[in-house]
Design a protein around this ligand. Sequence first.
Ligand SMILES: [Zn+2]
Ligand SMILES: [Zn+2]
Ligand SMILES: [Zn+2]
Ligand SMILES: [Zn+2]
Ligand SMILES: [Zn+2]
Ligand SMILES: [Zn+2]
Ligand SMILES: [Zn+2]
Ligand SMILES: [Zn+2]
Length: 424
Amino acid sequence: FAGTTVLFRLRVEGPEREDALVAAFVSKDGAAFEIPADALPKMAAAGNPATLSPLAPGDRTKLREISLDVAQREGDRRARLAEKRAAPKLAKEESQVKTYFEALSGELKEQKSESRGEDAKKEAATRLRNLERERELRLLEVADRFRASAHVDAVAALAVSGSAARVKLLFQSGARKLEREVVWFPPTGNVKPPVCDLCGGALGEAAICGDPQHNVLLCANCRRYCQSCGAGLCAEHTKACGCGAIACPAHGAACEACAQYCCEKHLFKCVRCCRAFCRQHAFECGVCRLISCVDHTKRCGSCDIELCGEHQRLCDASGKAGCPKHMVNCPECGDEVLDVAVSGGKCTTCRNRQPAAAGDPAVSAALLFVPAATGAAWTRSDTKSRIRLDGRTFLNKYRVWLGKDLKPLSAFGGSKLFGMKKLR
Ligand SMILES: [Zn+2]
Ligand SMILES: [Zn+2]
Ligand SMILES: [Zn+2]
Ligand SMILES: [Zn+2]
Ligand SMILES: [Zn+2]
Ligand SMILES: [Zn+2]
Ligand SMILES: [Zn+2]
Ligand SMILES: [Zn+2]
């Protein structure tokens, strides 16, 4: 390596003060790295031909610009660490403020409820509002006092040359990889290890956030664990099921109906569409016990049990679904209908038969479909999705099914004596 080390004075202000020196090394090709500040005397001791030159303000602008980012990043990291250390104290002060104002507002509320007359009530309400505003201000003040900030000033530059190694560190978890670079300066004898991307603290046993979209390295303190696979997740990507279990995106999902996040154990997949639902929006078929979703479940019109797509039959007379146990054949027409649609030995369709009106286009459509039935007397009966026409001549009878759009579906016919057969 050959380049210049810029020395910065770093000052952290906030809940606690910190003064330190930060060294940023800028190589000849313009890359900047932070190096341990105590490397400098060691470099000098190693016989490095180093010359320390003070930096005047406005001096070596380019060098300063390149290295400033590095120094500022280190400053921000230390500021965040300082905030983290002070967090318990902050929480304590906040709760003190809250308790104090709670007591005050309790008193005011009591006064308000006891006050007589419009004016007195109004005044009490104003005082309550003012108190609430003051409470917000005091809380902001406390939060402000615990905010840390870092300032860096370049103080000197040191030209150094010697050998250094850029070491690539590869963090791998399953198929996912994250690369970090560290610089090793032989004079210092050690490298500055990468830090947790979230809190800036030591990585220790590092892990990549379990959310596949989130490429950050996390320390153990910044991870919550999926209860199915143990993957570590950052706070932002930690989602919990109603049962309290934390589940990573591979072992949990939001219900497609209500968006409630559910763990593997409390998530149900519809056998038809494979979408996942919470228990409330998944239904167990009363026949086969398989799960299906709101869109693919129907209830038996007779016994009200839930039915999956495989076990729901349609009763066209009532327009409802039926379970296998409650679908029967109408004794009159033989059609499969719900048992509750049959009364007096006839299904709803059979009971609703009316003589067809003169010039009914359905009759014309039926005759076009079965010309042999010309001259028959017709009755018509509408189901939920179809039209049934029954025709009788002196010797024969006919039954023609049409769609609501008069499209012919099927036709039966035969002698009154021997019964009907399918014609078309
Ligand atoms: Zn961390
Ligand atoms: Zn998992
Ligand atoms: Zn994440
Ligand atoms: Zn749901
Ligand atoms: Zn759960
Ligand atoms: Zn479904
Ligand atoms: Zn079923
Ligand atoms: Zn049933």
